[in-house]
Design a protein around this ligand. Structure first.
Ligand SMILES: [Zn+2]
Length: 335
């Protein structure tokens, strides 16, 4: 209980601490990846991609899947081993070599990557692809055991990590533009833009698909995210150099406070320059989440979920805190 209270207290302190600390790790500056709004919306939309045997159950538990989509971010400062599950700094695997493709350097499988770089350095640079793979494995087990509470909890959180893997700035060590004098760009791209424009996006994404090799699939998504890093940064640099600086920011009232935000005019121009990039990454995240949920369910033998739809059959939700340092042996390449 004490531990939970101190985690809650720490989470409450984050915005205050972030005002004073500056660390060169993915920490304070991107504490709400995709923004809480984006993660909730992505998890919600993923439900509509599910096939008949799953849709009714997920729809009945939509509030849970939405609400718990942000749990991993809430605990990332209070729980050791959590922060690195949200990103991977691919550029760190190029060691400054020009023309290098980091994806050729990093082995796709966890054990091979540990053998090459050591577990500590992998964790220092982020482990999101392997963590997604581990979550798919856990979700499959939960379906097999028909442990419905766990299925819901893991589905919501798997959605979070997949969402993070789709954000270009979650794949680079220059994650908040701190190396290129663009501080704030992380939240700009992944929170401000979706909050302003996602209601105009076309979220018709079709049906969830079976994914034969989940680890390869998430690596493919990370490759796409990483390929978009340059345009995310360069477009903003270009805009910043031509846009009147007194119109770049504005103030909005959020709750009791007045907060400084990128102005709508600046946001709109940047959003147009990106030519649908935020929409494409969001849609891909939605479809990937639905597809991983579906894949876990199929691999578990398609358990009948209809018997759990009635609320009366759902066990009480018991929040589970992850272990402080996940057993490295459990992050295998479950395929
Ligand atoms: Zn996150």
């Amino acid at each position: 209980m004490k531990k939970i209270v101190s985690i809650v207290a720490l989470v409450a302190l984050i915005p205050i601490l972030c005002g004073f600390l500056e660390k060169d790790i993915h920490s304070c500056e991107n504490h709400s990846s995709w923004g809480f709004y984006g993660h909730k919306r992505i998890n919600e939309l993923a439900i509509y991609s599910l096939p008949e045997g799953m849709f009714g159950f997920y729809k009945a538990n939509m509030d849970f899947i939405i609400e718990h989509s942000v749990d991993p971010d809430k605990r990332r400062y209070g729980v050791k081993g959590e922060a690195e599950c949200h990103y991977i700094d691919m550029d760190r695997y190029c060691f400054g070599q020009a023309g290098c493709d980091p994806f050729e350097n990093v082995p796709k499988h966890w054990n091979d990557a540990v053998a090459k770089y050591s577990e500590d350095s992998l964790r220092a640079h982020g482990i999101v692809p392997w963590h997604v793979n581990l979550m798919v494995y856990k979700l499959t087990k939960a379906f097999e055991e028909e442990n419905i509470t766990r299925v819901l909890h893991l589905s919501a959180e798997l959605g979070h990590y997949i969402g993070d893997a789709h954000v270009p700035l979650h794949t680079t060590s220059n994650y908040n533009g701190q190396k290129t004098n663009q501080r704030g760009i992380h939240g700009f791209w992944e929170s401000r833009l979706p909050e302003l424009y996602d209601l105009n996006y076309d979220f018709f994404i079709g049906k969830a698909e079976y994914i034969k090799t989940p680890l390869d699939h998430i690596w493919g998504k990370i490759r796409q995210s990483y390929a978009a890093v340059d345009s995310v940064l360069l477009m903003e640099q270009q805009l910043n150099s031509t846009f009147p600086s007194d119109r770049k920011y504005s103030y909005e009232v959020r709750g009791q406070a007045q907060v400084k935000v990128y102005s709508e005019e600046y946001s709109n121009t940047y959003h147009q320059m990106l030519q649908g990039q935020v929409e494409r990454r969001m849609k891909s995240a939605v479809l990937t989440i639905g597809s991983y949920w579906y894949t876990a369910w199929v691999n578990a033998g398609q358990p009948d979920l209809s018997k759990f739809i009635s609320k009366g059959n759902l066990p009480e939700y018991q929040p589970e805190l992850p272990v402080s340092k996940p057993d490295s042996l459990s992050i295998r390449d479950h395929e």
